[in-house]
Design a protein around this ligand. Structure first.
Ligand code: ATP
Length: 639
């Protein structure tokens, strides 16, 4: 249980001097979090930290929170922390004067540049004590760094990193370098940080101390649920934190409503392996089937001032990528519609024949600096949900009502905008026919969604069982493809000598923040693919596997290791338990993981970040779901 009273540590001196939160105080909290795996303990350390900030420097709470989740701004603003490894090594060399060879050797043995930086600082004699770093100073410098471009940018970046490194004491260098890499990985999952934020707000109110222990616990749990729910609708700390500081927990949701211009994390679906599974899941509930279009998810926003934007599955602003969607928007919006958030799929389109083109065509479209007049691949928008309309959130309404609103607020416009094709019969033969029609129309299969009642609401950021996906091609396999991170490669042989010929892939475990190896893949690549992959990956080669790569006791050893940056969609025949791969280790076996048998490359998933890749929990579910069909019990095999 978290104590209401919190003690001020020796950091109060710096508070007193600079009215700023000392960076050392944040790093001390990081150290404590890193030393435990217990979620409750981590939450408590964060609560202590936030409480001190609320009491002494409330204006610093926002920056402190961003530092804990290692972000600089909301996702849709697009400022990224990640500084390349070679930059960081150069900065460590120039700030400590240590020999680059020694630094690289130490990095190869620890896999953690942060620790190398800390040790390098430790072995360095200091003439005078530098001024202590503050959270504000570090945060602002990181923000400046992420905006440096153009001439001399390399030198400017190294100078900035140096200016911080020379001021670091103790563990500060370790966490600074990890923050710069963009990967703290000390158990500070965003959900934990949100709980801690909510709890610290409750505990900071004097009236809380008058409550019984039981009531305090209830108030903490309620506050965490409220803050998480508000965050799902308005994922913007810049708005949430000031509102939390100003209003009571009860009143603050009224000041943090969802709005166009701030993208929501989309609702996700569960895979299914058969149509009967759908009937089992929904039994006698009302559900609807829609075509599952194979393009790119697009969340389209219109603000009351007429400004519009398109966001990706990952809340990235794609307005510049789709100027053609933006310019035609007025054609398909009814005059009575003044603001909205739509959930859609942008799909490549053949204007002449009025038909959908496969995803491969869409992927040839330029992704940056797109000029409308140069566009060769046309797209249309298929809208399947409406989340906000004319100043009102529709999230709580059942899909049946959201669909009605969608259809009344927009109009289908040839070659530009259509409603997702739907079929509302619950008869399995009708569903089978609809699935076949979807495939004939270059779709991937069906999305089957609960249609009425409370559970048919829109659940942002959730992989919900109220939305099921059926992918025709994968019905005979494990039900879905996986999206995996490329962490290593093997040089090719024969015709493939100048490129990588095979790759080591991993899934992501958000609990441990580790990438766990899952398979070696060398199938499904054209010569052109291999060349593209080589060019895309060669700039991400690292000296050694990262400390957060889970490789096992007898690991597969690729010729080169990569930063976790690229995500690929992969299909496999089935899954098996393996002593050499570590996916979902500890979930189905104490020391062995799950590996993919006969993996085959499908495509690059540029719309997914490494942490959006298939989770170890999902891998485990795939494994158990196939276990009944007596597959996946075989011994491990490389492909
Ligand atoms: P996931 O979103 O489950 O992680 P994914 O991104 O790999 O998986 P898919 O497995 O292909 O995507 O399935 C979900 C995606 O299908 C959605 O994110 C959306 O882009 C797309 N989609 C196409 N048609 C629809 C539809 N009618 N309703 C909802 N989503 C649809």
């Amino acid at each position: 249980m978290i104590s209401v009273t919190t003690t001020l540590t020796g950091f109060s001196f710096i508070y007193f001097l600079y009215s700023r939160i000392p960076y050392a105080m944040l790093c001390k909290t990081f150290e404590r979090c890193e030393a435990t795996t217990k979620r409750l303990a981590i939450t408590e350390y964060l609560v202590q930290l936030f409480l001190q900030a609320i009491k002494l420097t409330p204006s610093g709470l926002l920056e402190l929170l961003y530092m804990c989740i290692n972000k600089l701004c909301p996702d849709y603003e697009g400022l990224e922390m990640g500084v390349g490894e070679s930059f960081l090594i150069k900065a460590i060399v120039s700030s400590t004067g240590r020999n680059i060879k020694n630094i690289k050797a130490e990095y190869r043995s620890t896999g953690d540049l942060g620790t190398v930086a800390m040790n390098s600082k430790g072995s360095q004699g200091t003439l005078s004590m530098p001024k202590p770093l503050t959270v504000h100073q570090v945060f602002q410098t990181l923000k400046d760094l992420s905006q440096i471009t153009g001439n001399q940018s390399q030198k400017k970046k190294i100078d900035k990193i140096n200016s911080l490194l020379v001021q670091c004491r103790g563990s500060e260098a370790k966490y600074l370098i990890r923050q710069l890499e963009g990967k703290l990985r000390i158990g500070l999952a965003e959900q934990t940080v949100l709980s801690a934020l909510a709890q610290s707000i409750v505990l900071s109110k004097p009236e809380t101390s008058k409550l019984s222990q039981e009531k305090i616990e209830q108030a903490l749990a309620d506050a965490a649920a409220i803050v998480k729910s508000v965050y799902n609708q308005l994922p913007c700390y810049d708005m949430i934190v000031p509102a939390l500081l100003e209003y009571s927990i009860k009143d603050f949701p009224d000041h943090c409503n969802m709005r166009p211009g701030i993208p929501l994390k989309p609702m996700l679906a569960h895979p299914t392996k058969s149509l009967t599974e759908i009937l089992d899941r929904f039994e006698d509930r009302k559900f609807t089937c829609e075509f599952k279009y194979d393009g790119e998810r697009a969340q389209i926003h219109l603000l009351p001032n007429g400004k519009s934007m398109v966001y990706s599955r990952n809340s990235e602003n794609m307005s510049d990528r789709y100027p053609d969607i933006m310019s035609k928007l007025a054609n398909w919006v009814m005059p009575t519609t003044s603001s909205f958030i739509l959930d859609c799929e942008a799909v490549a389109w053949d204007k002449e024949n009025k038909q959908i083109l496969p995803f491969q065509v869409l992927s040839t479209r330029k992704r940056k600096d797109v000029k409308e007049e140069d566009i060769k691949v046309q797209v249309v928008v298929f809208a399947f949900d409406c989340l906000y309309l004319n100043g009102e959130s529709l999230l709580r309404l059942p899909l049946e009502e959201r669909r009605e609103k969608l259809r009344s607020a927009f109009k289908e416009t040839e070659n530009e905008f259509y409603f997702a094709r739907q079929m509302d019969s619950n008869n399995i033969d009708d569903i089978q026919v609809f699935l076949d029609v979807s495939i004939e129309n270059n779709c991937e299969g069906l999305m089957v969604k609960l249609f009425d009642g409370e559970e048919a609401s829109y659940e942002p950021s959730k992989r919900s069982r109220n939305w099921l996906k059926v992918k025709k091609d994968y019905l005979s396999g494990i039900g879905d493809s996986m999206d995996l991170v490329v962490i290593g490669a093997f040089y090719g042989r024969g015709k493939r000598t100048s490129v990588y010929g095979a790759f080591l892939l991993a899934c992501y475990d958000p609990e441990t923040e580790e990438y766990q190896t899952i398979c070696k893949i060398g199938t499904g690549f054209s010569e052109e693919d291999l060349l593209n992959h080589y060019n895309a990956l060669k700039g991400h080669v690292i000296e050694a596997p990262k400390r957060f790569y889970c490789l096992g006791e007898n690991p597969v050893k690729p010729d080169v290791w990569f930063e976790p940056v690229k995500v690929w969609e992969v299909l496999c025949a089935d899954l098996s338990i393996s002593p050499r791969y570590m996916a979902a280790v500890g979930k189905v076996d104490a020391s062995k993981g799950i590996s993919l048998r006969f993996p085959r490359f499908i495509r690059v998933r540029d719309d997914k970040g490494p942490e959006d890749s298939t989770s170890s929990e999902q891998v485990m579910t795939f494994y158990y779901n196939q276990a009944n069909s007596s597959k996946g019990k075989g011994d491990d095999m490389d492909y």
